[in-house]
Design a protein around this ligand. Structure first.
Ligand code: HEC
Length: 142
């Protein structure tokens, strides 16, 4: 009960702290953001939370990871609503973010070799580039 109270306090403070420091659960290291307990309950049964906390991925890539685990890792079939909730938490709190997430500026896509493991997200970017919706190189400086 007490931890519920603490969690709801933390969530309440989140709504106006917005992008500022998100409180972290001391036991798992997970960000205490909406629905974090649903993710905890499903995702630390087989491996340490570090397995996913150190990853950064788009919604498409988180979906692919979950489906891969369901196929090869023994992860059970999730209720579609639960799966959506889990992926939303992961993509929101452990998404690729912006350029400040990198230790250096990303290498312009034009200088990268063809990706033999092209994901859905990558294919979408390639398509948008062809349509001229994304510049070939990222803008430089500020
Ligand atoms: C039934 C067991 C099980 C559950 C539950 C489970 N996983 Fe996994 N997961 C695995 C296995 C097995 C691996 C592969 C471990 C390895 O290769 O050493 C793995 C690996 C991973 C990886 C690493 C993938 C990579 O690219 O290296 C991530 C990320 C991950 N799991 C996230 C999650 C998330 C998020 C959840 C909650 C929906 C979850 N796991 C729940 C079994 C599970």
């Amino acid at each position: 009960m007490r931890s519920l109270f603490t969690a709801s306090l933390a969530l309440a403070s989140l709504s106006f702290a917005a992008e500022e420091k998100v409180p972290v659960d001391p036991a798992t290291g997970m960000k205490i953001a909406p629905d974090w307990e649903i993710v905890r309950n499903h995702c630390i049964v087989c491996h340490s939370p570090a397995t996913f906390l150190r990853q950064r991925a788009t919604e498409a890539n988180w979906t692919a990871t979950l489906e891969w685990m369901q196929k090869y890792g023994g992860l059970w079939k999730l209720d579609p609503e639960v799966q959506k909730t889990i992926i939303k938490y992961l993509a929101t709190n452990y998404g690729p973010g912006d350029a400040t997430n990198y230790r250096r500026a990303p290498i312009p896509a034009t200088l990268m070799p063809l990706n033999p493991y092209a994901t859905e997200a990558r294919l979408e970017v390639e398509k948008k580039k062809k349509e001229g919706l994304i510049p070939a190189a990222p803008p430089t400086g500020k």
